[in-house]
Design a protein around this ligand. Structure first.
Ligand code: PMP
Length: 516
């Protein structure tokens, strides 16, 4: 350990190695301030944007002043098990927005939470409750069908050839026991969770299993239900995976006077989760064509779709929901990050009423979720997003296009070090070329250790006062997620810094990259 400390000392040592161990003392708009040796504040242009949490920028004046007013007015933060009119306001506004963007009348019922991962888990928990209740209802109906068949058998109805085979030559009771055993075994199989390769849905015990990156997922695989990952933009593989997971259970019915077997589809698919623009997977938007196929396949299989808009939502990509721009409709939507206006911890899971289970409200809760402070901040944030007939969404799209154009210029001029630039609105990524075979031992080593993107971030911070970070699972992609307030001058500043970084990489100058 190169440093002492009790708060994540290993991480701190890593940050120090990469030139990223910086303390920020103030934040405003797209700027974080660090303190110089002379005590003066040094502005840093922040394109990390709280990993997507600051669509309005740091300390938007209206959000911050509301927070101050709420504390001054002693608004009760803790009033669990009472009425929550502010949460209701947020839920209503979200429903208005969803109705406008998706065309679905809904309504969607809201479950509040504190973080993205928690809200993802609430969606999955709800989907599993719904699946379990449907399976239980089916098994109950089957139990009733067995009773009816038993009465018919007592009245002399014979067993059909298929029923005789399952009863292994035995009587009706042998058949009933065999049917019950088959059904029990099938119903006890774990639920099927599906997500896309490259996905990121959180890092808690349940949600980390839905996050594709094996390095963060596998150490914890024994703790929660595993997920089946399918490649993005490949509907055939999704359809094949769903077909493979299909299970039926058996019921009995009278057919032509004989007791016969009937197959029923067992609800096994808990949910398919997807991000309309994969964020931590390297900023990869899904296409409208793929979304259409996913919608069709999931509707046919009755597989609920959980649209994770934790990073892409709240107007970042030019519409409130990134999914609405590609025509993807969710049974569940998950929002977090910018919902808290850049200062509160707020998240919400929206459940389509067609799947909603009232029982869930008594089964799931969290002390801080739905508190007046975070929901009032969320309501004000939604007001700001929706003001002036959606001017903010148009601005996010316009700013994003401008940045993308400038980044594309960088890519065109530095094809040897930049692989790709991509994204939508203010959710953009610039992918650096892998340097594992670089003639520079430093670049080679950084690349092979998976920290080239972090070293680039350290260089941009220390040489150009620009804060960017790689995405969590695709570590050579630099994430660019400023606020809607980003100015032309700051975009130009970022472009100049990225061009300077590319010059250093083109020169294969590892020492300079590390500021030595
Ligand atoms: N889903 C997505 C799409 C995310 O990008 C993230 C965070 N990067 C999460 C879930 C988890 O959110 P949190 O960090 O608030 O738990």
């Amino acid at each position: 350990m190169t440093t002492t400390g009790l708060a994540e000392p290993f991480l701190r040592a890593q940050l120090e190695t990469l030139g990223l161990a910086v303390e920020y003392v103030r934040a405003e708009g797209d700027t974080l301030y660090r303190r110089g040796e002379d005590g003066r504040e040094i502005p840093v242009l922040d394109l990390v944007g709280g990993f997507g949490a600051t669509i309005l920028g740091h300390h938007h004046p209206e959000v911050t002043s509301l927070a101050q007013e709420l504390l001054a007015a002693q608004v009760p933060v803790h009033a669990q098990f009472s009425l929550h009119p502010y949460a209701e306001t947020v839920a209503r506004r979200l429903n208005d927005i969803l109705r406008r963007e998706t065309g679905d009348p809904g309504p969607y019922l809201a479950v509040f939470a504190n973080s993205g991962a928690e809200a993802v888990e609430a969606a999955v928990k709800h989907a599993e409750l719904d699946r379990g209740l449907k399976a239980a209802a089916l098994l109950e109906r089957i139990g009733e069908s067995i009773e009816r068949a038993r009465r018919a058998a007592r009245d002399g109805a014979p067993l059909s050839p298929a029923a005789q085979r399952l009863a292994d030559g035995g009587d009706f009771e042998a058949l009933a026991a065999a049917v019950t055993a088959v059904n029990r075994a099938r119903a006890e199989e774990p639920p099927v969770l599906l997500a896309l390769s490259g996905s990121f849905h959180g890092k808690l015990i349940g949600s980390v299993q839905l996050t594709h990156n094996p390095a963060v997922r596998e150490p914890f695989r024994a703790l929660a239900a595993p997920c089946r990952f399918v490649p993005a933009e490949d509907p055939e593989t999704l359809a094949a995976a769903i077909a493979e997971e299909r299970r039926t259970v058996l019921g009995l019915a009278l057919c032509g006077g004989a007791v016969d077997l009937v197959e029923h589809q067992l609800p096994r698919l808990c949910a398919l989760l997807l991000e309309p623009v994969q964020g931590e997977g390297g900023v990869r938007p899904l296409t409208a064509g793929y979304a259409r196929e996913v919608q069709r396949i999931c509707a046919e299989a009755d597989c609920p779709i959980v649209v994770d808009e934790v990073q892409s939502g709240m107007g970042r990509t030019g519409t409130f929901l990134a999914s609405s721009a590609i025509g993807l409709r969710g049974d569940y939507y998950v929002l977090a990050k910018s919902l808290g206006g850049g200062i509160a911890k707020a998240a919400v899971t929206l459940v389509h009423h067609g799947r909603h289970r009232p029982e869930f409200e008594l089964l799931h809760s969290s002390t801080f979720a739905k508190d007046a402070f975070s929901t009032l901040i969320a309501a004000r944030t939604l007001d700001l997003l929706e003001a002036d007939g959606g001017a903010l969404y148009r601005r996010a799209a316009e700013r994003g296009e401008r940045i993308l154009k400038q980044l594309s210029g960088v890519r065109d001029d530095f094809k040897d070090v930049v692989v790709d630039v991509r994204g939508r609105g203010l959710m953009l990524g610039l992918e650096l070329r892998d340097q594992s075979d670089s003639p520079s031992p430093v670049l080679r080593e950084l690349s092979r250790a998976g920290v080239l993107g972090y070293a680039a971030a350290g260089h941009l911070l220390n040489a150009h006062a620009l804060r960017v970070f790689p995405t969590a699972s695709a570590v050579t992609t630099l994430r660019i997620e400023p606020s809607v307030g980003i100015t032309d001058a700051r975009i130009d500043q970022a472009e100049a810094a990225l061009r300077a970084l590319c010059e250093v990489l083109r020169a294969q100058d590892g020492e300079r990259l590390l500021g030595r």
